[in-house]
Design a protein around this ligand. Structure first.
Ligand SMILES: [Mg+2]
Length: 385
């Protein structure tokens, strides 16, 4: 899976990971745990709350780094439905906030696996939606997309397309100004991150998807004219505000509703789109690929990755039953639900729709439970021999 990483930043990150993993091996008191066990943390509502890092999160990462009763290190990745930044920037931010070195190759953002789409669309004209200014367009370029436009570009080209805002200043643009979009069809639309302007992005995306030849300004036709890919269907997420906030899934709901309303009575089928992000399997396969690479780096050439995968136990710690727990259960991982984010059921309760294997108060309790469970398993295995 790491071979699919196309960016110079990605390659740098892998090298960084190799160095840190060798250090892991040298300082560990035993390699077995590092090859047989792994943890995937959700970030928001688990390790941090908005801009605030949780103390339990700092301690949890320290415990996995070997500060536990058994002196064992356990590899981990961060598996988040967040995005809108590069994997390297996210790694740097979380490292600083939680006090544990984390490399870009330990980060799975909602849009990380979308780099696989570059195999098909890398040289074609794509619309990238979401995020601040043109940052997602820049990320798309590091993924291998060479011909990217954004809603900002379209509104700057033709301000009447969305008359409820002033055209963005030039530093918001990701393409050279002056491009005539009436002559540039889109091959695909990709929503990388939360829309920062729901109204504009509803208008622009529906324009592209129902215009002849997916070319804005052309007549609307009775079919969807380009494929749509979206990165994160979380309806809500948790930040510093005391109640959950709208996530990218709220934009999906609005887009589907607008599509239905615009095409009412025309016989147009429902909007079709492909989803990335938790709880979808593509995210878990991508994370397993990163964990394979970490294990291979730890164990060296002697490691049989296929064999290691069969025996490996992966624990997923999350706060959102509909995303973290549903996805982990479907992937065959062991799910651990915390009460510091979206889920806030009373002690002793579990989520009714997507029950976790275990529910704990916070992420420090979660990693202590994992370490204890693994220690018990090891003791039982040894007593059999
Ligand atoms: Mg979360």
């Amino acid at each position: 899976m790491l071979g699919a990483l196309r960016s110079p930043a990605g390659r740098t990150a892998i090298l960084t990971s190799q160095v840190s993993c060798r250090r892991l091996l040298q300082t560990s008191t035993g390699g077995d745990w590092q090859l047989q066990t792994a943890v995937a943390f959700d970030i928001d509502g688990v390790l941090v709350k908005g801009k605030q890092a949780l103390d339990a999160g700092r301690r949890a990462l320290s415990i996995l780094s070997g500060n536990n009763a058994h002196g064992k290190r356990i590899p981990f990745v961060l598996l988040t439905n967040g995005g809108g930044v590069s994997e390297a920037a996210k790694a740097q931010d979380i490292s600083q906030r939680l006090g544990t070195p984390i490399s870009a190759s330990q980060i799975v953002l909602a849009h990380s696996p979308m780099q696989s789409l570059a195999r098909q669309y890398g040289s074609q004209h794509v619309l990238v939606v979401g995020g601040i200014k043109n940052r997602c367009a820049e990320i798309a370029r590091t993924y291998g997309f060479t011909n990217v436009s954004t809603p900002n570009d379209l509104v700057a080209w033709r301000p009447s397309m969305w008359p409820f805002m002033r055209p963005p200043p030039l530093d918001h643009l990701s393409q050279a100004p002056g491009r005539d979009f009436s002559e540039h069809p889109f091959a695909a639309v990709m929503v990388f991150h939360d829309s920062f302007d729901f109204g504009r992005d509803l208008q622009v995306v529906t324009d592209v998807l129902r215009s002849e030849n997916a070319t804005v300004g052309r007549p609307f036709v009775g079919r969807q004219t380009a494929p749509l890919f979206m990165s994160n269907e979380d309806l809500v997420f948790s930040n510093e505000y005391p109640r959950p906030r709208f996530g990218q899934g709220a934009y999906h709901v609005c887009l589907r509703a607008m599509w239905q309303a615009l095409n009412a009575g025309t016989g147009m089928p429902e909007l079709e789109y492909s989803l990335f992000g938790k709880p979808h399997a593509v995210q878990y396969r991508y994370a397993e690929g990163l964990l394979d690479q970490i294990a291979a780096n730890v164990g060296g050439p002697a490691v049989d990755v296929a064999e290691m995968r069969r025996g490996r136990r992966i624990y997923a710690i999350g706060d959102n039953p509909a995303a973290d727990i549903k996805g982990a259960n479907a992937a065959g991982w062991t799910s651990v639900l915390v009460r510091t984010g979206v889920f806030n059921g009373p002690p002793g309760s579990n989520d009714a729709s997507n029950p976790a294997a275990v529910v704990v108060d916070h992420v420090e309790d979660a990693v202590n439970w994992i370490v204890d469970t693994e220690a018990r398993r090891l003791a039982e295995t040894q007593s059999l021999h």
